[in-house]
Design a binder for this molecule. Structure first.
Ligand SMILES: *Cc1c(COP(=O)(O)O)cnc(C)c1O
Length: 222
């Protein structure tokens, strides 16, 4: 089932990619947050290399027990300051959820000589249930982090699409995020992380070059 799910998702990404721009390169992060190590291992065997977790403790447990595999781990959940050291020690490939200047400063302080690649999380749909900086403040905060946190290597923007059945609202949240991303390209932004199981094709149509997909990859797998 996992192999079939992966094949279906990859085919859908490919179709959306070609409709958007044949030159676009899109990365898939498999969100394994509710999955066992066995399922992650199985998906790895089918070729998937990047996995995402949203809890520091889970990332630690899974990355340690799967340390025999060269998996690229992404951290996508909200990061509490008291978990920063644990996360940094795990050396994730990319932190998607840097959601304030305050958090960036706290990460910078604990990095010492180390560096971390990160994305600024934008709350494009302006939903109280989501973290992230506002669309209006995103460019300013991005520039402040670049200026004051030399070891936090910002490489782009992450956002979660509007939680809605209204396609126009979802499109609007992705368009707003894309506009912020475009405005940050002169600052070196190159990763636009948006799109999940329910909306990744819309996200790709608005320029996403990294999609984070969980349930569609692991559905009906027990
Ligand atoms: C869970 C999660 C995803 C994946 O969601 P699915 O709907 O299962 O594909 C993507 N991004 C973040 C930040 C998540 O927490």
């Amino acid at each position: 089932m996992l192999a079939l799910n992966l094949e279906r998702v990859l085919r859908r990404i490919e179709r959306a990619r070609l409709a958007y721009d044949a030159h676009q390169i899109i990365s898939l992060v498999a969100v394994s947050k509710y999955q066992s190590e066995a399922h992650i291992r199985a998906l790895y065997e089918y070729g998937q290399r990047a996995f995402g977790e949203n809890k520091v403790q889970d990332l630690r447990t899974k990355s340690e027990s799967l340390s025999d595999l060269p998996i690229e781990w992404h951290f996508i959940g909200s990061l509490q300051e008291n978990k920063i050291n644990t996360l940094l020690n795990l050396q994730p490939s990319l932190l998607h959820s840097l959601d304030s200047l305050k958090l960036a400063n706290a990460v910078q302080k604990r990095l010492g000589e180390r560096k971390i690649r990160a994305l600024l999380q934008v709350n494009a749909a302006n939903e109280a249930s989501k973290s992230g900086v506002s669309i209006e403040s995103a460019k300013d905060i991005y520039e402040q982090i670049c200026a004051t946190c030399p070891n936090v290597k910002l490489e782009g923007i992450m956002s979660i699409g509007a939680h809605s059945d209204d396609r126009a609202l979802i499109e609007r949240s992705f368009k707003l995020t894309r506009d912020v991303f475009d405005s940050l390209k002169p600052n070196g932004a190159k990763i636009l992380s948006m799109g999940m199981s329910g909306d990744f094709e819309i996200a790709i149509a608005y320029g996403a070059n990294l999609v984070r997909i969980g349930s569609k990859l692991f559905e009906e797998v027990r």
